[in-house]
Design a protein around this ligand. Sequence first.
Ligand SMILES: *[C@@H]1O[C@H](CO)[C@@H](O)[C@H](O)[C@H]1NC(C)=O
Ligand SMILES: *[C@@H]1O[C@H](CO)[C@@H](O)[C@H](O)[C@H]1NC(C)=O
Ligand SMILES: *[C@@H]1O[C@H](CO)[C@@H](O)[C@H](O)[C@H]1NC(C)=O
Ligand SMILES: *[C@@H]1O[C@H](CO)[C@@H](O)[C@H](O)[C@H]1NC(C)=O
Ligand SMILES: *[C@@H]1O[C@H](CO)[C@@H](O)[C@H](O)[C@H]1NC(C)=O
Length: 210
Amino acid sequence: MEENPLCKCLMCIISTVGFVFFSLWITSLRAQPPNFYVQSIHFPSLNKTLIHNNNHSISFTLKIVNPNSDKGVQYDAVSVSFGIFITDNATVSLANATLQGFYQGHGKKAVKSGTAKGNGGGGRGGGGKVFLRVELATAVKYKNLVWYSKRHRLWGGANVEMNVTSGTKVSPKGIRLGHVPARFGSGASAQARGAGILVYLLLTLCFCLS
Ligand SMILES: *[C@@H]1O[C@H](CO)[C@@H](O)[C@H](O)[C@H]1NC(C)=O
Ligand SMILES: *[C@@H]1O[C@H](CO)[C@@H](O)[C@H](O)[C@H]1NC(C)=O
Ligand SMILES: *[C@@H]1O[C@H](CO)[C@@H](O)[C@H](O)[C@H]1NC(C)=O
Ligand SMILES: *[C@@H]1O[C@H](CO)[C@@H](O)[C@H](O)[C@H]1NC(C)=O
Ligand SMILES: *[C@@H]1O[C@H](CO)[C@@H](O)[C@H](O)[C@H]1NC(C)=O
């Protein structure tokens, strides 16, 4: 059976255009960086810490939300640090913790608990209210279909008011570790691959024209 050249050409154009749109669609799906919230803090020796230097142990719970319904997130180890404000703008380190890296599926929420240990340092709350500085840093790779993006470093922090009596945070709600600048991370993106797509297009065109 003889091939119809017009038909072949049309097929080529249609598949090329289709592929272009598919590629644009894939690359347009920029990865949104995950959101981190400190859900709970328990700092039993907070009251003593304000007076003496003490051995601090701070247990905490984080909620980590992957906002991407079409991408998984592979986290490197997550480091969490706690400090206490000694003036309006200065903090003293209290304790650090590291959570193991993990994989998070599309659009999933994860709750991670840990305990941060410090070896003294102490601090003094300002007039009346006591604020902790909670900071988080990690790096992530986004999983698109079957491949991973490059690594993106993420960080964020929050100033959390504490109840000295209970050793927990005053607000019962989760507090976003977003910080100034309010955005978490630095323009995480899943672009790149542009070059690969271009090569593919050229190959397709060559095939069509031959
Ligand atoms: C803090 O911990 C260190 C070692 O773990 C210990 O030597 C020290 O005595 C402790 N200090 C207090 C105030 O408990
Ligand atoms: C921190 O606060 C002190 C006074 O409370 C002020 O002199 C200093 O400039 C501040 N530093 C920054 C970096 O804002
Ligand atoms: C926590 O980690 C920071 C940075 O690595 C360090 O400067 C600080 O001394 C640590 N704090 C404690 C209490 O170990
Ligand atoms: C916190 O410390 C102050 C001063 O030592 C004390 O009066 C108060 O009862 C303590 N509060 C708790 C809940 O232990
Ligand atoms: C602090 O905690 C104590 C004991 O849980 C509670 O009675 C008090 O109302 C709390 N204070 C604030 C400001 O939340």
